[in-house]
Design a protein around this ligand. Structure first.
Ligand SMILES: Nc1ncnc2c1ncn2[C@@H]1O[C@H](COP(=O)(O)OP(=O)(O)OP(=O)(O)O)[C@@H](O)[C@H]1O
Ligand SMILES: [Mg+2]
Length: 239
């Protein structure tokens, strides 16, 4: 069995024919944290969204080459995108909460993926909220509208919703950019606690954060992707 959760071969990602990324090869190890860094506009979010087919509906977006996720080419016509999204969860830069109560936001994914046993919904919701260090703040107001939470709380709620369905791969696009330092560190702790059982790909502009949580580093720049040591030996250099 491959030790790679994600493997790109000769991949070109483009909008209306204009390439954003052209890479000969790129891999992400299973059950490790990989940080993705690079200048603004270099294609980090495009890359991440490609890995769970979130770009499918963008007019003019095109994927060429092979995008293997958990052993399958996810752009193969036989792929069930809903199953893929259960196995590959994504957390966005802007907190994405639905116009529902706090608890319904956590349960949304569980209800959507009907194959998940419905009996344990409330336990799973509580666990997911505990995992993102939000339970104590919301346990007495679970039925309040999610939009009454602060931005940082909404981001942790969005994470809880994603984690509740237990994805094997977690894609995080600058998940802490809307959070204060304390909440950011809490999310970093969460990432570290998840990595034994999950593969995490984390886009961040924060090099210190990448050093704290990631084993592997991918640099996206000038359309290319390269792997760099995250904790370089003296003289080795990072991006
Ligand atoms: N929906 C879209 N249609 C056309 N071009 C797009 C679209 N989304 C992104 N792009 C272009 O693709 C390039 C990469 O954008 P992307 O958002 O992936 O960069 P990024 O590295 O995530 O930047 P940032 O660090 O600012 O979030 C940019 O030139 C951007 O203008
Ligand atoms: Mg981005």
């Amino acid at each position: 069995m491959t030790a790679h959760a994600i493997q790109l071969e000769r991949v070109r990602l483009s909008y209306s024919g204009k390439a954003v990324i052209e890479t000969a090869s790129c891999t992400v190890r299973k059950n490790a944290v990989t940080a993705v860094v690079g200048p603004s506009g270099s294609g980090k979010s495009t890359l991440l969204r490609t890995l769970c087919r979130m770009n499918d509906r963008i007019p003019g977006f095109q994927v060429e080459g092979q995008v293997q996720v958990l052993g399958r080419d996810i752009y193969d016509p036989g792929i069930n995108v809903y199953d893929l999204r259960k196995r590959v969860g994504m957390v966005f830069q802007k907190p994405c909460v639905f116009p529902k109560s706090i608890v319904e936001n956590v349960l949304f994914g569980l209800r959507f993926h009907a194959t998940i046993n419905g009996k344990n919904f409330s336990e799973r919701a509580e666990q997911a909220l505990r995992d993102v260090f939000l339970w104590d703040e919301v346990k007495d107001r679970l039925d309040d509208p999610a939009h009454t939470l602060s931005q940082g709380q909404q981001q942790r709620l969005a994470m809880a919703r994603t984690l509740a369905v237990d994805p094997e791969i977690l894609l995080m696009d600058e998940p802490t950019s809307a959070l204060d330092p304390k909440s950011s560190r809490a999310i970093e702790d969460l990432i570290l606690s998840l990595k034994d059982k999950h593969t995490i790909v984390l886009v961040t502009h924060n090099v210190d954060q990448a050093e704290r949580v990631a084993e592997d580093l991918i640099c996206v720049d000038d359309k290319t992707i390269c792997h760099k040591p995250c904790h370089p030996l003296p003289g080795e250099g990072t991006c």
